[in-house]
Design a binder for this molecule. Structure first.
Ligand SMILES: [Zn+2]
Length: 199
């Protein structure tokens, strides 16, 4: 997992790489398990593990602060999708990586900074089928397996990166919510219909 977020203009924000720190922590944890209880050496190992955990936290905080500042200062409207992180974390292979990502923290930071700078900040429901619909023509192709990273629309033929297409849809849904609901564009009709179906 290296991509933290994909923007509606296609730019990607890469996550810091924690795997080196992670490997060192796992190694020390094995060492800790072999060391005698209440020994001085064991205590030293324990402190070293705690320091590495702090290093991961600091790296993540620094990354989230910089990214949220950049995004909020460069845009008037910020729309995030409320991901089902707790559901995803049940997948054990993904859980460690996802917990380290700090998506919730990122959302809180964006929200606070948007307020300070008078930006429109929206979070759209995780039930909006943002990855199931073509962002070009509105055609609904349905659920895609998480493995599928790119898709070609059967209706208009556009080739999409999965995440970029979802980001464009999230943007449309979010912008739609902050204007008027009776807006006559084809798009707001499509999303509201889809939303009713999903509910
Ligand atoms: Zn299409």
């Amino acid at each position: 997992m290296t991509t933290f977020a994909v923007m509606s203009d296609g730019t990607k924000a890469e996550s810091p790489n924690y795997s080196n720190l992670d490997r060192r922590i796992r190694k020390l944890q094995k060492k800790l398990a072999r060391q005698a209880r209440d020994s001085k050496r064991r205590n030293i190992t324990r402190i070293r593990i705690a320091k590495l955990h702090n290093q991961i936290t600091d790296t993540r905080k620094d990354f989230l602060h910089k990214l949220s500042t950049k995004i909020v200062s460069e845009n008037q409207a910020i729309v995030l999708e409320d991901l089902n992180v707790s559901g995803m974390v049940k997948n054990r292979k993904l859980s460690r990586a996802i917990s380290q990502q700090g998506w919730r923290e990122f959302r809180t930071l964006c929200e606070g900074k948007s307020e300070k700078l008078n930006r429109d900040f929206h979070v759209i429901s995780r039930w909006e089928p943002t990855s199931q619909v073509c962002s070009e023509c509105g055609y609904k192709w349905g659920k895609l397996d998480l493995k599928i990273r790119s898709v070609q629309c059967l209706n208009c033929g556009t080739e999409h990166d999965r995440d970029e297409n979802a980001a464009k849809n999230i943007n449309r849904v979010g912008i739609g919510h902050c204007h008027d609901y009776k807006c006559t564009s084809r798009w707001s009709k499509t999303t509201s219909v889809v939303f009713v179906n999903e509910a």
